[in-house]
Write a protein that binds this ligand. Sequence first.
Ligand SMILES: NC(=O)c1ccc[n+]([C@@H]2O[C@H](COP(=O)([O-])OP(=O)(O)OC[C@H]3O[C@@H](n4cnc5c(N)ncnc54)[C@H](O)[C@@H]3O)[C@@H](O)[C@H]2O)c1
Length: 259
Amino acid sequence: MTRTAAVTGAASGIGQAACRRLLEAGWTVFGLDNARDRLNAVAGGFSAYQGRFKPILCDVTDAARVTAAFQEIAAVSPVLNALVTCAGVLRTSLMEDMPIEDFDLVLNVNTRGTFLAAQKALPALRAGATPENPSRVVLLSSVAALRPKIVSGAYAASKAAVSQLCRVMAAEWAPSGVLVNALAPGTVDTPMVAAVSDPSASKGYRPSGVSPVGRIAQPDDVVDVMMFLLSDAARYVTGTTIPVDGGTQAAFIPPGSNL
Ligand SMILES: NC(=O)c1ccc[n+]([C@@H]2O[C@H](COP(=O)([O-])OP(=O)(O)OC[C@H]3O[C@@H](n4cnc5c(N)ncnc54)[C@H](O)[C@@H]3O)[C@@H](O)[C@H]2O)c1
């Protein structure tokens, strides 16, 4: 039986890779994003999947629009087996200089948008849940939730909040068959990171550099763990934030170490 997922932030990076992998595995995917042109381009690239990718223009900070988007989805598919929330933004600045609009945007998209998508998807997730196959929610947190970094304080706060929401949603929703987990990637090679890696535009932001594993992540490194969380093997896993960071936050490596 075809399974159905909704993915926010579907038009780029980790969300786009998540959609591709789900389509390859036979899922029907509703891809939500607020970037109209990129979403249309991504949908064009998925045209080989026989109409199983359904783009939905949606700003996750707009409560009315998120409600309407999940009503549109329910009209086509009353049952959702999974929600993956990848919509996110990164704005960098020292706290003392951070524009309030940037602070509000980061919290609104990353935290409030994640909450809204999960709350509005819940009825369809519950409708899709069975004792043998609970529905799944995978939230994109970040290594920043576990080990914050200077110049991205608002981002770290927004992702720490996502990980806490994950724990509470997991406990509240497990009895109705909905499992909720979060992923905490380290640096991933996506347009989000490229946008702040240019020193002239970065407001002092510095990438974390390679992980102890010796490289930064590719989107599929993260999506592999997402696919595990959506699989039967993860049927008893809920309320966790799983680092997918090549050991980035496992231990402090003093400057000048010969590693
Ligand atoms: N790239 C990394 O290093 C990294 C590390 C840890 C966590 N993450 C998280 O993973 C998720 C995906 O990040 P990415 O690197 O793929 O970023 P990305 O910038 O490539 O993609 C993010 C997508 O979210 C969409 N989006 C932004 N605001 C939106 C809104 N208001 N409504 C709907 N869609 C919106 C964007 O249009 C974009 O398509 C984010 O939550 C990010 O914080 C990324």
